[in-house]
Design a binder for this molecule. Structure first.
Ligand SMILES: [Zn+2]
Length: 336
């Protein structure tokens, strides 16, 4: 079965706008990548003349991505992820360009480059290359850039992995401003994919189950998670994953919130689930460890005040907010 993406990120049921993940701000930190203010303006995608004008306008801004690396401009006090059309030309020709939409009428694009070409930019003193997870964790750019960066990374990553028609093998052509690839041989149309992942907290009374992936830092515990499979509802996927990973049967499943997770193309669907039994049986192929935690202990972990240093994922991750909701509301989270 799929690896469990326990690394998942965070969200809250009432997420409107990301405020910041920077620790020095007063506002409570929110999950990363959701809360986009971009108007996608999908009707523009089929108008190449208009798009060419938008791409040259003095309000146009481009996010520059090559594989996992995002290019940021160095300013005196901050890092800026947006490049003007003239600045973009200094990178050479993009492999693909995607129209992300309009932000307060300013056109936003994602420009995808060969990873090796972006790697060579390390030489430039005016740039910093960094991956999108680190950007969120470090609060390296203003939080409003995280959703469009996630949008750009997911679509450009899809292009990089889907240059040939899965139906007949012919090289495909980018159309619709980067939102479709067409096959000239068999006429198939291919669309960027999003892979649903369920991420859940199984609850029994005042306790819930957290697990550990071998990839985690030693002290980190998080929600269980796994890919939904074809032909499965969200509720069915939640119950199956909990059963497979820790041997618990679940009854009620309540949806909490979701989060785009462009590594490479997931949508995290956060839920709480009502566990019917308490005897954990760990599938060691899926996770390294799992155990029950009560709300008081979880509260210490969220605040990074646990006596053994145990902790939950940071607020950029939806897992953080799924756990926090249970700490705040107890079993009421199951009412949905
Ligand atoms: Zn084809």
């Amino acid at each position: 079965m799929h690896c469990t993406r326990l690394t998942a990120v965070g969200g809250a049921a009432s997420i409107d706008v990301i405020v910041s993940n920077r620790p020095d701000r007063n506002s409570p930190p929110r999950q990363a990548y959701s809360g986009s203010r971009i108007e996608r303006a999908a009707a523009h995608r089929g108008d190449p003349t208009l798009l060419a004008e938008l791409a040259e306008s003095n309000r146009a801004g481009f996010y520059v991505i090559g594989g996992d690396a995002v290019a940021l401009k160095k300013h005196v006090e901050e890092l800026d992820p947006l490049f003007s059309p003239a600045e973009l030309r200094t990178f050479g020709a993009a492999r693909e360009t995607v129209f992300l939409g309009l932000l307060d009428e300013a056109p936003r694009f994602g420009a995808g480059f060969d990873p090796a070409a972006v790697e060579s930019l390390k030489e430039r003193d005016d740039l910093k290359l960094i991956d999108l997870r680190s950007i969120a964790v470090q609060g390296a750019v203003a939080a409003e850039h995280l959703p469009p960066l996630a949008e750009a990374k997911a679509v450009l990553g899809w292009h990089a992995r889907h240059r040939f028609c899965p139906n007949c093998g012919e090289r495909t052509k980018v159309v619709q401003a980067g939102w479709r690839r067409d096959c000239p041989a068999c006429r198939a149309e291919h669309f960027p994919r999003t892979d649903p992942v369920v991420i859940m907290l199984a609850i029994a009374g005042e306790r819930c189950v957290l697990g550990r992936s071998p990839r985690f830092p030693q002290t980190m515990w998080s929600c269980l998670a796994g890919f939904a499979e074809p032909g499965e509802s969200i509720e069915e996927a939640v119950r199956r994953e909990v059963q497979e990973e820790v041997g618990l049967a679940c009854a009620r499943v309540a949806y909490f919130a979701s989060q785009p997770w462009p590594f490479p193309s997931s949508l995290m669907i956060g839920c709480h689930a009502e566990a019917l039994n308490e005897n954990i049986v760990i599938d060691k192929n899926e996770i390294e460890d799992a155990r029950w935690f009560d709300r008081a202990e979880l509260k210490q972990m969220l605040a990074r005040e646990h006596p053994q240093g145990l902790m939950t994922p940071p607020p950029i991750a939806i897992a953080h907010h799924i756990i926090r909701a249970f700490v705040d509301q107890g079993r009421n989270v199951l009412v949905g």
